[in-house]
Design a protein around this ligand. Structure first.
Ligand code: HEC
Ligand code: HEC
Ligand code: HEC
Ligand code: HEC
Ligand code: HEC
Ligand code: HEC
Length: 495
């Protein structure tokens, strides 16, 4: 009977195809339903629903006609029957009519199912689950940092791929290579930056932040605490002179670079050592600035080729922001997550966080025993009276470790330099060090006031209520405030 109903498709290849297509369909429907009902967002479930099951379905649909074709060929060869090239369809025959209707309905059903699977599959490969969680070891540092960043609601793909077909294809091709490197365990740890062929920031960032709407200023308060017994609060209230583009009244300021054409050459792959900068003026005239300490010669300049400065040359960590141990403890104090009345807490926590650990488990154990041990020895009565505060603080310090140190990927908070500012990394001072000079004597300024104004400062060495006229360093370091880059003393991350 089956032979009669199935006709030519009654052969091993087509039967296998029918089975596979049926199984693929059933699996897609069942797992989609499970996903919808349970609300589960599991990256592996996505791989199955959108790639593996539709793959089975398509293979099945391909095998059915293949089997039919092969059968007809064989029958023709054997000369068994006169086999016409196309099936003869007689819609007056009830049986054939039913078969035709079944065929059309089934085709539409499968096409719809595949369309849904591929649209959802496309969405899925752009989702943060896919990018951030599927290869969780490899992407863990970036995923964790992204989750706590100002861009936590912006999907990875919006910065890494952006709109348009060309970059979509490029991204999927390089994605295949990445999958291969993960499967064969040949990925680099840490992942190297700058990403060599990152899509130009103007195509991605400017989808949401277009320069014409930049504000001209931004007030920001920086909190620090001294590493003394009292964890004394120090406060710097800065007005950052952001500025906007040349088309607006506030044309000067930090975002001046965006409206202008600034080119530079870096000596190193990380773009931290910049001996040459060139600015193209509105009149087309080029002003070249050379690092007076260690300039490049003309042949090196010609050979290296320049890079046009864009958002990423300052905002290279807009989303994958790691914090130094010092900054993390300061933020935990100011937000009250850690009780700042625990004596010497900042000093001891930073000492423990600054050591090297092979695994996260080892670090967490060392944090717990280190902090408990310190108070048991130095302040034994606090161990009894303040036990809950100490335990809460331990948990928080363990989380600080987990947000900023990833031993498996060999990533720590300072693995990738952050180019905003100049406190822990050279950042703006890569060019604004007062040593980049043009032939006619112009200097890329290090004057503190071109970028920001100190509105207020609270510190042990400033009498309460005093208005400061410029930044006052908490300890006297003489003229080093002006002559030495802040990062040269501060890069360890403890203060
Ligand atoms: C706001 C934009 C933005 C978002 C959102 C974003 N990234 Fe990035 N990401 C960047 C930029 C810019 C760089 C380039 C850093 C460089 O070249 O120095 C980068 C670099 C990276 C790197 C290279 C290593 C590193 O730490 O710099 C990885 C890996 C990465 N991103 C993964 C992700 C993943 C996974 C997500 C989503 C969970 C994501 N990114 C979301 C902007 C973004
Ligand atoms: C899909 C939209 C989107 C894209 C693309 C995007 N951002 Fe953002 N960005 C946001 C949102 C939303 C915020 C948070 C705004 C707020 O807090 O007011 C933000 C905040 C910021 C901030 C302020 C952060 C802070 O500390 O408050 C900076 C700087 C920034 N983005 C830079 C970038 C850069 C550089 C890129 C490109 C690599 C980029 N953004 C791409 C949406 C986007
Ligand atoms: C010369 C370095 C530099 C360049 C180039 C640059 N920015 Fe900025 N941008 C800054 C600094 C510094 C800040 C203030 C940082 C902070 O908030 O701590 C800032 C702040 C911002 C903010 C936050 C504004 C707010 O009100 O919070 C956004 C958004 C932003 N930039 C986007 C961009 C985009 C998009 C580009 C590229 C078109 C760009 N920036 C290019 C240095 C730069
Ligand atoms: C690649 C080199 C380079 C880097 C990095 C750089 N700048 Fe600049 N910046 C320049 C040059 C060149 C000028 C123009 C100097 C001139 O012609 O007077 C300039 C000018 C400025 C001005 C004055 C603009 C005006 O005319 O009002 C400000 C403010 C500024 N930069 C802030 C920053 C900040 C903040 C950072 C770091 C986030 C930074 N720059 C990083 C090269 C750089
Ligand atoms: C080329 C621009 C530029 C120059 C010149 C500059 N700064 Fe800054 N500075 C910045 C930016 C941008 C930030 C904000 C960084 C951030 O948002 O994290 C900053 C942050 C700071 C902070 C707060 C740092 C923190 O983490 O607490 C202090 C203090 C400071 N600057 C002092 C100075 C002093 C003193 C000078 C002069 C010797 C100076 N700056 C010169 C751009 C500049
Ligand atoms: C010669 C080395 C040196 C230089 C250069 C230097 N600092 Fe410091 N800075 C220190 C030391 C040491 C401390 C710790 C003081 C203390 O807590 O007793 C400190 C503390 C600070 C603090 C308080 C931090 C905290 O955690 O309590 C701020 C803010 C600061 N420096 C800003 C700057 C800025 C901005 C610059 C650059 C304009 C700079 N420093 C340059 C050595 C330096």
């Amino acid at each position: 009977m089956w032979k009669k109903i199935l006709g030519y498709s009654y052969n091993l290849t087509s039967l296998t195809g029918i089975l596979l297509a049926g199984a693929g369909t059933a699996l897609i429907v069942i797992f989609l339903a499970i996903g919808i009902i349970s609300g589960l967002e599991n990256p592996y479930l996505g791989i199955l629903i959108y790639f593996v099951f539709p793959g089975i379905l398509v293979l099945g649909l391909f095998l059915i006609p293949l089997g039919i074709l092969l059968t007809r060929k064989r029958m023709q060869r054997e000369g068994r029957t006169e086999v016409p090239l196309y099936p003869i369809l007689d819609l007056n025959d009830r049986r054939q009519r039913l078969k035709a209707v079944f065929f059309i309905v089934a085709t539409i059903f499968f096409l719809l199912l595949l369309a849904v699977a591929s649209i959802k599959g496309y969405d899925y490969t752009e989702s943060t689950e896919f990018c951030g969680k599927l290869c969780h070891t490899v992407m863990e540092p970036e995923y964790v940092a992204w989750s706590g960043s100002p861009h936590a609601r912006v999907r990875c793909a919006e910065c890494h791929i952006g709109p348009g077909a060309e970059w979509f294809v490029k991204a999927k091709l390089s994605g295949l290579k990445q999958v291969y490197r993960v499967l064969t365990n040949t990925y680099p740890a840490p992942i190297e930056t700058p990403i060599p062929n990152l899509r130009p920031a103007r195509d991605t960032c400017e989808g949401c932040h277009w320069p014409a709407k930049f504000y001209s200023g931004k007030q920001k308060i920086f909190y620090h605490y001294a590493s003394d017994e009292k964890n004394t609060l120090r406060e710097i209230n800065l007005l950052l002179n952001l500025g906007t583009t040349p088309k607006t009244p506030h044309a000067s300021g930090i975002h001046w670079h965006v409206g202008s054409e600034v080119f530079y050459i870096a000596r190193d792959a990380k773009r931290q050592d910049i001996p040459y900068v060139a600015v193209k003026g509105k009149d087309g005239k080029i002003t070249e600035y050379h690092d007076t300490d260690k300039p490049l010669n003309q042949t090196e300049i010609n050979k290296k080729g320049t890079r046009l400065m864009d958002c990423i040359d300052c905002h290279n960590r807009p989303s994958h922001i790691f914090h130094s141990p010092g900054k993390e403890i300061d933020e935990s104090f100011v937000s009250g997550t850690i009780d700042s009345s625990l004596p010497f807490f900042r000093k001891i926590a930073i000492e423990i966080l600054s050591k090297d650990y092979k695994t996260t488990a080892e670090a967490k154990a060392a944090i717990a025993s280190g902090i408990r041990g310190y108070y048991a020895e130095t302040y034994p009565d606090l161990t009894k009276t303040r036990a809950p505060a100490i335990e809460r603080a331990i948990t928080e310090v363990q989380q600080i470790y987990q947000r900023n140190f990833f031993p498996t990927m060999k990533v720590a908070w300072n693995t990738h330099a952050d180019n905003i500012g100049h406190f822990y990394f050279p950042g703006c001072f890569r060019c604004h060090d007062g040593k980049h000079r043009s032939a006619d004597g112009k200097v890329i300024s290090k004057d503190c006031t071109i970028c920001h104004e100190v509105l207020d400062q609270k510190q042990e060495n400033i009498a309460p209520g005093t208005k400061v006229s410029g930044f006052v360093h908490p300890i006297d370091i003489g003229d080093e405030v002006e002559t030495t880059g802040c990062y040269e003393c501060h890069q360890a991350g403890a203060m």
